[in-house]
Design a protein around this ligand. Structure first.
Ligand code: AMP
Ligand code: FE
Ligand code: FE
Ligand code: ZN
Length: 300
């Protein structure tokens, strides 16, 4: 793993998507954009997949950027959908890959169901067009929306979401999700840290204490859709519950207008704290230290 020189002007982005899920950038393009924004460390957090991590690791290594293998797990706590970020995952862990494959199948089946409902509304969209456009194992609603735009059935993605794909709209199909307990256990099993993504979007801070009981390691305090007040609130809650702090732009490339990479910059000392926790876990779990990432070497 690359060790970067961290100082107070070093920044990371720990929430990024590629075309291995619903982003538009390839891993190589994303790494190049990270370099352009002078990011010293990045994590790839594609939805329910780690497939892009191998290519992203190579691309980042070539550019001297520290890379953290990760994923954004779709999970639920009670009735609520939550997104759990798993950081420092062993992307070859057999159980992780087996479980992710199940949920990728769920996503593919859901695309077929959504397309059927769109067909029921007289729009002859074909599931194969969505799969061809998505060209990944973890397709989602944005791919359906893009296919509708591409085929001329909607003027833009927002129209596709507003008319068909939003929760409660005619083509919305609920997604079978893993439980929060299962997701956190899976992340830990693969050597990773479990972090609640964009908590402000759930508008329910009561979710946090039960997640802490399930082993949650951190809170994504800095996020594109967090107001400064929300960020302060989550920083305070992170301190209260002894949780790690993360942050990222949630960049999906050019699919939602302007790419967001570079707009949320997490100071690298937070990455150092994450690595310390991973190391501590490795020691407690009896892993060989050589398997665990080295700490960042601070230079001011
Ligand atoms: P899914 O995982 O299939 O439920 O899709 C969720 C994804 O849809 C998330 O990445 C959201 O950011 C994205 N999304 C939600 N609303 C919109 C919208 N109006 N335009 C584009 N993407 C959206
Ligand atoms: Fe997404
Ligand atoms: Fe998310
Ligand atoms: Zn995301």
């Amino acid at each position: 793993m690359i060790q970067v020189n961290i100082n107070k002007n070093s920044f990371a982005d720990l929430h990024l998507h590629t075309n291995f899920s619903d982003g538009t950038y390839t891993p190589e393009k994303l790494a190049a954009e990270a370099k352009r924004h002078d990011l010293k460390a990045v994590a790839l957090t594609d939805h329910d997949t780690v497939e892009g991590c191998a290519r992203m690791a190579v691309a980042c290594a070539a550019l001297g950027i520290e890379f953290i293998p990760a994923s954004e797990f779709t999970a639920e706590l009670g009735e609520e959908e939550i997104h759990l970020l798993g950081y420092f995952l062993d992307t070859n862990n057999p159980k992780l890959l087996q479980e992710l494959a199940k949920f990728q199948e769920v996503r593919q089946q859901r695309i077929r169901q959504m397309v059927e409902r769109i067909n029921d509304h007289g729009i002859p969209l074909r599931a194969d067009d969505v799969f061809t456009l998505a060209n990944c194992r973890s397709p989602g609603r944005p791919h359906v929306a893009r296919a509708m735009v591409q085929e001329g059935f909607c003027a833009g993605m927002d129209e596709a979401f507003d008319r068909f794909l939003k929760k409660g709209k005619p083509a919305w199909v609920p997604k079978f999700k893993m439980s929060a307990a299962q997701a956190i256990e899976l992340i830990h099993h693969a050597g990773g840290l479990a972090v609640l993504a964009h908590p402000a979007l759930n508008r329910n801070d009561n979710l946090i204490p039960p997640l802490v009981s399930l082993g949650l390691d951190g809170l994504e305090c800095y996020h594109t859709k967090h107001s400064p007040t929300a960020t302060q609130n989550y920083l305070q809650l992170a301190q209260q519950f002894n949780l790690l702090v993360t942050g990222g732009s949630d960049c999906h490339g050019t699919s939602k207008g302007k790419p967001l990479i570079g707009t949320v910059k997490l100071p690298c000392h937070y990455v150092e704290l994450l690595k310390n926790r991973v190391l501590q876990r490795a020691v407690e779990g009896g892993f060989r230290l050589a398997d665990a990432p080295p700490p960042l070497s601070p230079k001011s």
